[in-house]
Design a protein. Structure first.
Length: 242
């Protein structure tokens, strides 16, 4: 999140870990724009932050040409800000998976061509693996997102993007505990899988209510999880490593 309050600190930490793969998390909801709010008036509310009504924003982006121009300008500004960090662009995704919106995906692909974009996330999570990892967990429905995700995956692959076959972290967002992460590793399907978490020492300004941040941090350093990830049968890395 190139315009987030602690972006400079994050870049400093990333540069101290040259093997770390870093991506651009495009923000178009629940955050502030990289451009001045006056240059993207149809994307922001009275406070100068992005509008939180994603459905109305999505409709505006689709139907109104001037909003699409503002959208592409803001996306370009975020790509430019990432380039200015000097970090290598490993991948791109969006806050709240907003790139499932075809207008946003189109803008990202156009802008990304000049920034070395090669990989993007598409949130498709196989329920059979989740059931194996945690048989007792109740899974939320993905009926509203899955059709768009299938279309996005086909489109991005046609554009030459590297897209994972499976993504884990959707159903249990904010609750990726050590037993669940271990269960995913032990039942990992063939192909390229992305596993993502939201680790932190605790809640912070703007954090999501109910997210178990500390538990997700603990999951990443749990001895059993670390040992499982060292399994020689699993090739690990960022998108650039594949």
């Amino acid at each position: 999140m190139v315009s987030a309050p602690e972006a400079c600190d994050a870049v400093k930490r990333a540069k101290a870990m040259p093997r770390l793969r870093v991506g651009l998390h495009v923000v178009l909801v629940e955050g502030g724009p990289t451009l001045p709010a006056s240059e993207v008036p149809d994307l922001v509310d009275a406070s100068g932050n992005f509008r939180t009504d994603m459905a109305a924003s999505a409709a505006n982006m689709f139907f109104r040409p001037k909003v699409r121009r503002q959208l592409e300008a803001e996306i370009a500004a975020q790509f430019d800000a990432f380039r200015a960090t000097g970090l290598s662009l490993d991948h791109v995704n969006t806050h709240k998976h907003f790139h499932l919106h075809p207008t946003i995906a189109s803008a990202i692909l156009r802008v990304g061509k000049t920034h070395g974009l090669r990989a993007m996330r598409v949130p498709l999570e196989p329920n059979d693996v989740l059931h194996k990892a945690d048989p007792k967990a109740k899974l939320p429905s993905a009926l509203t997102t899955a059709p768009w995700a299938v279309l996005a995956r086909a489109r991005l692959r046609a554009a030459g993007m590297r897209v994972p076959e499976h993504v884990f972290g959707l159903a249990w967002s904010g609750a990726m505990t050590a037993p669940r992460v271990l269960g995913l590793i032990e039942n990992l399907p063939d192909g390229l899988s992305e596993i993502y978490l939201h680790p932190a020492t605790g809640p912070y300004p703007g954090s999501a209510a109910g997210y178990r941040y500390a538990d997700e941090l603990a999951a990443l350093v749990a001895p059993r999880v670390v040992a499982a990830f060292r399994n020689a049968a699993i090739a690990k890395g960022g998108f650039a490593d594949f």
